[in-house]
Design a protein around this ligand. Structure first.
Ligand code: KG4
Ligand code: ZN
Length: 337
């Protein structure tokens, strides 16, 4: 039996969770800094670091409380070591290493994107390797072939904006507060089905072979559509739906290619945009058509959280793998596959 404390602090969410190998997830405490950064229209790294420092100790106490455990009942600590904001990563890793040293237990550096990809296994225990993962977050858009734990192959990625970034920037032009992705999706979903015909948005890079993506042109297209919307009598809901439709079609087409190319029939959605309802529905019908299966974490485990870090850490720590140094090693950039 092993209990792992997981600590996430790579961007603007502080997460502290406890995973128990026998009982599963015992606690999952989260603090989102969205209100801190909203006034600036994006994440301010220095403010993020200060906020992590403020919240790490209270969240640890909350998680221990939720799990009815004392500090001494934790067997190991996993923390996000990258990629992310260096200052933010330093708060979590210094905290994890110090606590591990004080308690005399091992610690382990976790890759944030690997944790996102493995989050689906927390909610879907029947998910086995190999699988294709569509990783769609605010900072990343990648298609990954996961062969085994620690063995990942990059199949394709965005050549410019990440899909979450495109959602957030499009929301911003339409006057929605940062991060507007989820709200833009809600506007799209609220568009009445008898609305007049939607403007045609491009499906970037579908005419080219390969599994790379590009979303910056789509974002610019949305900007022009929004500027012309009054004269075209288009509503915010219609533009949101046309934009979301183009994103979902593009992602779905590339997922289909990835499944065909690899012969794999298991598809995992990971990352914040994985919470998007239309994307899930489209990928669900795709895998059904292809005789495969779709796996995704609950929406709260799509966005940043400590649970995915605790769980990913557990998978390695239970094999005896841990940091064997007290040195702090965090990385803003850290290739995943
Ligand atoms: O994985 P995540 O929490 O943070 C990063 O590591 O980036 O992803 C956050 C991103 C944001 O861009 C946010 O707008 C987007 O995920 N997002 C959504 C939805 N919920 C969150 N985008 C589209 N539809 C949603 N329902
Ligand atoms: Zn993330």
């Amino acid at each position: 039996m092993m209990r792992v404390l997981g600590i996430e602090s790579s961007c603007d969410e502080t997460g502290v969770a406890i995973y128990d190998s026998a009982k599963g997830l015992l606690a999952d405490a989260l603090y989102s800094q969205v209100s801190t950064h909203q006034a600036y229209g994006g994440v301010v790294p220095e403010l993020a670091s200060r906020d992590h420092i403020r919240h790490l100790v209270p969240l640890l106490e909350q998680a221990l409380d939720e799990a009815s455990l004392s500090r001494n009942e934790i067997d190991a600590i996993a923390y996000t070591a990258g990629p992310g904001l260096i200052g933010a990563l330093l708060t979590g890793s210094c905290f994890a290493k110090s606590l591990g040293y004080a308690l005399g237990i091992p610690t382990l550096a976790v890759h944030h994107l690997e944790a996102h990809v493995l989050a689906a296994k927390l909610d879907c225990p029947d998910l086995n390797f190999p699988f294709v993962a569509l990783l769609v977050s605010g900072g990343h858009t990648q298609l990954i072939l996961a062969h085994a734990l620690g063995q990942y192959e990059l199949l394709g990625e965005t050549v410019d904006d990440a899909v979450g970034e495109a959602f957030d920037k499009t929301a911003k032009v339409m006057g929605i507060a940062y991060p507007g992705g989820a709200q833009l999706a809600a506007l799209a979903d609220a568009c009445p089905s008898d609305a007049p015909p939607l403007p045609r948005f491009p499906r970037p890079m579908l005419d080219r072979p390969g599994l790379d993506f590009s979303f910056s042109g789509l974002k610019t297209h949305a900007l022009y559509a929004w500027k012309k919307s009054a004269q075209d009598a288009l509503s915010r809901q219609q533009i949101a739906l046309a934009f979301q439709g183009a994103v979902v079609d593009t992602l779905s087409a590339k997922c289909q290619r990835a499944l065909e190319q690899t012969g794999c029939r298991r598809l995992v959605i990971a990352g914040g945009v994985g919470a998007n309802r239309a994307l899930r529905a489209s990928l669900q019908s795709l895998v059904e058509k292809m005789g495969g299966a779709l796996y995704f974490p609950r929406p709260a485990f799509c966005t940043d959280n400590g649970a995915m870090v605790a769980y990913t850490g557990y998978l390695y720590l239970s094999e005896g793998i841990s940091d064997n140094t007290l040195a702090i090693d965090v990385r803003a950039r850290w290739p995943f596959a």
